[in-house]
Ligand binder design. Sequence first.
Ligand SMILES: Cc1cc2nc3c(=O)[nH]c(=O)nc-3n(C[C@H](O)[C@H](O)[C@H](O)COP(=O)(O)O)c2cc1C
Length: 389
Amino acid sequence: MALTAPQATGPELKGPLDFEDSPLSRASKQPLMLGLFLNLQDINFSSVPTSNSWTFDYNAELVKKADELGFEIAFSRTQWLPKGGYDGSASLDSFIALGAMSAITKNILLISTIHVLYGPLHPLHLAKYGATLDHISRGRWGINIVTGHRAVEHEMFGWQRIDHDKRYDMTSELFDVLHRLWTETENFSYEGKLNPWSINNGWITPKPLFGRPNLVTATGSPAGFDFAARHSDLVFVTSPGGAHIDSALETLPDHIATLKNRAAAYGRQVKAIINPIVVSRDTEKEALAYADAIEAGKPQPGTRAFATNNYDSDAHAWRGRGDARHKQGRNLGGNIEIIGSPEQVVDQLVGLKKAGIDGVQLNFYDFRADLDYFAERILPLLKEADLRL
Ligand SMILES: Cc1cc2nc3c(=O)[nH]c(=O)nc-3n(C[C@H](O)[C@H](O)[C@H](O)COP(=O)(O)O)c2cc1C
């Protein structure tokens, strides 16, 4: 894909990584940033029982624990699924829920997923809500920018899915405009070219503390990489080799280099974050037995729970899954799978760091129990391995 010249983004429009004292700059000093994936929905990957719950209280307990443990990032997804989705349970909106978590946490970055094209949400709304959360969280809140990869979601909002690359062009125009609203010192007017909105003497206060809220993109496509290189601070990358750690470690270095080179071409830097599920027990044998049990309890093709997880998607980011050229993972939940004893988990994390990964957004099968285990048995080893300050 040919690089296009940046429009409104440029060296004069600064983001949190341009400020030495921003929460994101402080977080980035860690050799390997630690993030926690919060499920604001009940994910029943398997019939093996868990403590997991979609409720705010359950997830608030997890985020407070992660904050106290020194994790740098908490993130949650948002999906718009018809009745029967979310494995049939309820699901909280991550814009609101992670925003609310800024009042009960101190240091952790809080990243809400927002489908920025749906509605469409007017840029003045998004700019004002974002500026408000930026100040409540003191620069810790951010947006995981998603454009909507599932046809059924666009249809729920009353139109057919917009073409993949066009979605990124529309989103790019939106974020050029948002950046202006967050930084302009005078009223700002703009007529949407790709988007169906306009602004007449728009004015947003308060101005975000570090240029704008933290921006994240979850993508694996050329158009998504180009968007992220221009606009985002963190990129949730996925393994081109699928979920198995060996294939991930083989394919990630080139993938991450492509992303970071694209950002450098715009005079910017981005951090690469990946989303593994960690399945760990004291010995390799016990960890494998835990992973085997989860796998054995997964819904089978043809059953209802399996069907709700298979809506039509045009996302590139998960295409490594099922690619016969790569060693296959077990599909336990995260984008990649880290299975083993605490020492083996650390070895795999060291491998990811060497592949160019700057942080991990951790998924667990049973969040409360497995986060406690991670804190007690794995976190101290990360310091010994120089992955944590
Ligand atoms: C860690 C991670 C979190 C994601 N969260 C969401 C989400 O909450 N909602 C959603 O619609 N898509 C989510 N996605 C999927 C991306 O939106 C999807 O991959 C997107 O279509 C990017 O497409 P591309 O790879 O084709 O650019 C997530 C992807 C990753 C890797």
